[in-house]
Ligand binder design. Sequence first.
Ligand SMILES: Nc1ncnc2c1ncn2[C@@H]1O[C@H](COP(=O)(O)OP(=O)(O)O)[C@@H](O)[C@H]1O
Ligand SMILES: Cc1ncsc1CCOP(=O)(O)O
Ligand SMILES: [Mg+2]
Length: 263
Amino acid sequence: MQLELLDRIRSENPVIFNISNYITVQDVANGLNSIGASPIMPSAIEEASEMLQISSGAAINMGSFRSNELPYIEKVGQLANDLNIPLVLDPVAVAMPYRQKVVTNLLDHIHFDFIRGNAGEIAALAGIKWQAKGIDAGDGSADLAEVAKKVAKRYNCTVVLSGPTDYISDGTHDTTVTHGTPLFQIHVGSGDILSSLIAAFAAVSKDNYFEAARMACLIFATTGEIVANELVDEKPGSFIVALLDKLHLVTTKEIADQITMED
Ligand SMILES: Nc1ncnc2c1ncn2[C@@H]1O[C@H](COP(=O)(O)OP(=O)(O)O)[C@@H](O)[C@H]1O
Ligand SMILES: Cc1ncsc1CCOP(=O)(O)O
Ligand SMILES: [Mg+2]
């Protein structure tokens, strides 16, 4: 278990390039900044190359793309591949038919090192029956470990299927993270922050993307758990403020003390 990846983010301060959605962009920027990375969210196709050349990780979030932005999104993906920059896809609400067409087309042309989505999103990419609900995970009875593995094999990448349990698979290795708090679900943007944090962990763990994904999930979920333990009531607004504060302050020792032998 490489909890020290957290310290490496703080000492290396990697620039993480993001195509974010306009709903949660500030949470994503502050989540990355709080943990010790350096976020950047460019939008002009003309500067994609120069911005990626100073970046050590990249995340593409499909939450609110406009169709005229698709050439930019493809260009960023191709450049990240050419420059060997770890690339994360967040396929927000991909069970919806138009998004499914757009995202599967992207996946056919660009190699994503990671796909991070909730159960409804990853099941849609696996072609497995599931009742997704917009940006939320929805309901279903599929074996989620198998769903994650199927998508990992199909797209030759590391998949994080997040939720009460996070299922992580690279098609060969599989693991779970069972930490977290239901408060993540009452704040819009929790998943988006996690997707970009995966890019930050990958930036400092280029030889082991599976471990990067596992540590991103474990440290994010455990930090949320510590924060929730200190909140008296279920307060979505207070939770995100306290989460951003704690992402900045949390130590590897605090994480180690919070987790169990099975982690
Ligand atoms: N009920 C829950 N209990 C514990 N952690 C949760 C719960 N639901 C989501 N999480 C955590 O919230 C974060 C965001 O995941 P998720 O809610 O699945 O993403 P999204 O916002 O894209 O739907 C992950 O770190 C996940 O582990
Ligand atoms: C509300 C909304 N609409 C399009 S993207 C988005 C935010 C999705 O955020 P998350 O998947 O992290 O909950
Ligand atoms: Mg999401």
